[in-house]
Write a protein that binds this ligand. Sequence first.
Ligand SMILES: Nc1ncnc2c1ncn2[C@@H]1O[C@H](COP(=O)(O)OP(=O)(O)OP(=O)(O)O)[C@@H](O)[C@H]1O
Length: 256
Amino acid sequence: MSYKLRVEALQAWYGQHQVLKGISMPIRANTITAVIGPSGCGKSTFIRCLNRMHEVVPGTRVAGRVWLDGRNIYNGINAVEVRRRVGMVFQTPNIFPAMSIFQNVVAGLYLNGIRGRRQLQERAENCLQQAGLWEEVRDRLHDTAAGLSSGQLQRLCIARALAVEPEILLMDEPCSALDPIASIRIEELMRELKASYTIILVTHNMQQAARVSDYTAYLCDGELVEYESTPEVFIRPKDSRTENYITGRGADTRPL
Ligand SMILES: Nc1ncnc2c1ncn2[C@@H]1O[C@H](COP(=O)(O)OP(=O)(O)OP(=O)(O)O)[C@@H](O)[C@H]1O
């Protein structure tokens, strides 16, 4: 199995505050990697460094290398290309409420200059199908997205992320605003999507990490403590800090 991303000695700062302290991890193509760890340990910062979103915050700095298919995203690829290839889905569905469902899905394509009605329609249908939302919205594509449930909105955000044809999807606690049924639907979707995409999932939900991911990385205070296949991490953690965290003896294991 090939590596899609190789993170090498990654460090990140907000001003003088060093948040990531030298993380190295290779990430295999077509897998789901869960990133877990106590609140504030740097999970979101870590994934934001994988598509150069960290640098949009003023005063931040990154050092190290992130190889995407063998090219360092911090040297020689422009940030716009990186963000197209490495898409992101956030904790709270960030739709454009005044725009229609269709317009939300194709917003990124439109910004990239794609205007052909037929092409946009085909891409919207395809992405809504991949995101498991097509059947629920096909008759109201031109209604505003504001009428959708929170689970549907999150699937709409996934459809929008897929529309620009990324290779990697970064998902930052995508289910934390959803009820259990909507969360399970997103987990099923992740399993389907990994056939075509490489997924990196930040989650506080240990059961979710155990259910859905192939590999789990445990971060603590900006360091990578453990990174193994998910069954290894959950059944035989090597480091006592990992064990304490996943068994709930850590300082911050949030309930389901
Ligand atoms: N925009 C910012 N400016 C300054 N410091 C920040 C900023 N965003 C995050 N930090 C700090 O960086 C550290 C890591 O934050 P980050 O959000 O990456 O952690 P996290 O593990 O994702 O946390 P959580 O689980 O609570 O979402 C924290 O100390 C946080 O306060």
